[in-house]
Design a binder for this molecule. Sequence first.
Ligand SMILES: C[S@@+](CC[C@H](N)C(=O)[O-])C[C@H]1O[C@@H](n2cnc3c(N)ncnc32)[C@H](O)[C@@H]1O
Length: 281
Amino acid sequence: MLVSARSFEEYRAMFALTGRDLDQRILDCPGGAASFVAEAGRRGIDAVAVDRQYAYHREELGLLVERETAFKRELLAEETKDYPWSWYSDADDMVARWIANARVFRADIAARPDRYVAGSLPELPFGDDSFDLVLSSHLLFSYGNRLGEEFHRAALLELARVARREVRLFPLMVYDTRVRYEGLERLRRELASHGIASRVERVAYEFQPGDNDMLVLSCADYRAPARAGAQAQAQAQVEVQTEARAEARAEARAEVQGWTRRGEADDPVRWRHREAARPRP
Ligand SMILES: C[S@@+](CC[C@H](N)C(=O)[O-])C[C@H]1O[C@@H](n2cnc3c(N)ncnc32)[C@H](O)[C@@H]1O
């Protein structure tokens, strides 16, 4: 999965964020190498990012994303050749801006590490209602050809659990298919049965052609089933750390055994540029 790096202004357009929205405590899930939290911080906005990649190589992630984005330039240009280019002027502009955003992310994760939390959907290491507004860009629905409906169901309920007011998700089409995620209406009915009303809203942002709607979940009336409170959160943190340690051990073993490219298909960022990206003394 590509770890992308969109900007604050892109988030503002994707999620139709108003001044009132930005006055609230915001979670970006998944944050990837987006510069949203960094730029929000500069504006005095209280925002936090969570991503499964932050468990693995936080210090290198920005650099890895820069290199991976540059490496994929031709592929991205090919995949997007008939895109509307309403936000970026073309694929080169997109690549250049993602690289610039990844640099901003990289400086911020080093300067304000507590703003970047390692965590994996569908279990986030936050208490109920920890944030007023949760933003989720380019994971759910977008990767609907890889992530099953059960994952979506659990992830949406989890995002609603940590959101006091709203969850906003963009986009609604599966990447590179031009088709809206097939289970969307089924999932919306299920969310409604849990007291989570939803609406689809047109936004002034389009990446994939015709993909310019976001999903808004209203969470004020949602009470998640009790999750053994603090104990469950502590357990989730331990699991994230254990997973990261197991991953680091597996990676070290793989490097010793010369398998370093084996995981490339699953996670190219982690493998391809790791050696080159290692900070020089
Ligand atoms: C395409 S990027 C989107 C990043 C950012 N929202 C943006 O628009 O630039 C997808 C991100 O999802 C993260 N991810 C994948 N599975 C996840 C999970 N189960 N829980 C949390 N993050 C996950 C990946 O690490 C990656 O950074």
